[in-house]
Design a protein around this ligand. Structure first.
Ligand code: SF4
Length: 313
């Protein structure tokens, strides 16, 4: 064992890393590149630096705006986009490959249907997130984005039909708080918990693991809303938690600082984090330990239930 640290064990969360929507978006992009010549990804295919960089290195274009794409095929990312974006692509004569996650499309459909039936929608989500922008774009005059409980409390009276939806990657406990407050404030409100199963599973797995470890590490990029939330939940439970983009971000001082006393590390990763970054973090932790340490993997879980959708939505 390295002098100054007592690291003995790494435990991986029951659910971590790539979700089905991210895997689908990446393979659709790879297929598109193999099949067509000029391909441009609108914004980031998924919110992970390594994946974005990988596509850049492969010579695939990336553009913030449709207006800047000069012909060829555009790939709409996993977070989706508003109908305006699809219209603009058509006007510019671009071929479109839609890699929007089916669970994001499900929210588009719910919001559209509610708006057509005269509802106003409160959407619990991050204001500037690409997924939110796409959802709002499906009923711009009918959706109010509510990023937190304070924003909900600041709203005035709303008469008539009202519904609540949420970002697929929202914090589950945050949604519970919002729906309770919304129900009190607007008794007529109808609730649609549209947090996806992948988000749910990863948050529950973190809550199960974090109380038993001395330090939690979450592998994921700053741009990834679900990774950031996993790190916040970990910190609230375990006290010591870091969001790391890759193995290089893991500092040996975290383990050897006076009073650190870290024997067991919990490891998780956001839904857009590739396996090689998680493997890299494990190798880095082994290197810091300086001796053989135990790595506890969860049993392999099926991703099929990530697609579970309530029929009445
Ligand atoms: S986090 Fe959920 S909604 Fe987002 S891509 Fe993954 S499965 Fe789809």
């Amino acid at each position: 064992m390295n002098k100054g640290n007592r690291l003995k064990k790494i435990i991986l969360a029951d659910y971590y890393g790539f979700c089905m929507g991210v895997k689908r978006a990446i393979s659709l992009t790879e297929e598109t590149v193999a099949r067509y010549g000029k391909v441009t990804i609108l914004k980031e295919i998924v919110h992970n630096e390594a994946i974005v960089e990988k596509f850049k290195q492969a010579g695939i274009g990336q553009s913030i705006h449709i207006a800047d794409i000069d012909g060829g095929t555009v790939v709409i990312p996993a977070h989706g986009a508003s109908p305006e974006v699809f219209k603009e692509a058509e006007i510019r004569g671009l071929a479109v490959v839609d890699a929007t996650c089916p669970l994001v499309i499900r929210i588009h459909k719910i919001v559209k249907r509610l708006a057509e039936n005269g509802y106003h929608i409160l959407h619990f989500g991050d204001n500037a997130h690409d997924e939110t922008l796409g959802i709002v774009g499906h009923a711009p005059d009918r959706v109010t984005v509510v990023p937190n409980i304070e924003a909900l409390r600041a709203l005035g009276p709303i008469e008539g039909k009202l519904a609540l939806t949420s970002q697929t990657t929202a914090r589950v406990s945050g949604f519970v708080e919002i729906e309770r407050e919304a129900k009190k404030k607007y008794p007529q409100i109808e609730l649609f918990n549209t947090i996806c199963n992948a988000t749910n599973q990863r948050q529950v797995a973190i809550m199960d693991l974090a109380p038993w470890v001395d330090l939690m590490l979450v592998v994921g990029s700053e741009s990834s809303a679900n990774s950031k939330r996993l790190a916040q939940i970990s910190k609230a439970i375990c006290g010591r938690a870091y969001l790391i983009d890759n193995a290089r971000d893991i500092k040996s001082e975290w383990f050897s600082a006076h009073g650190a006393n870290i024997e067991v590390v919990g490891l998780s990763a956001g839904a857009s984090t590739p396996d090689f970054l998680i493997d890299g973090a494990i190798e880095r932790l082994k290197e810091i330990a300086g001796c053989a340490i135990e790595v506890v993997y969860p049993p392999r879980k099926s991703v099929r239930n990530e697609l579970a959708i309530d029929d009445d939505d």
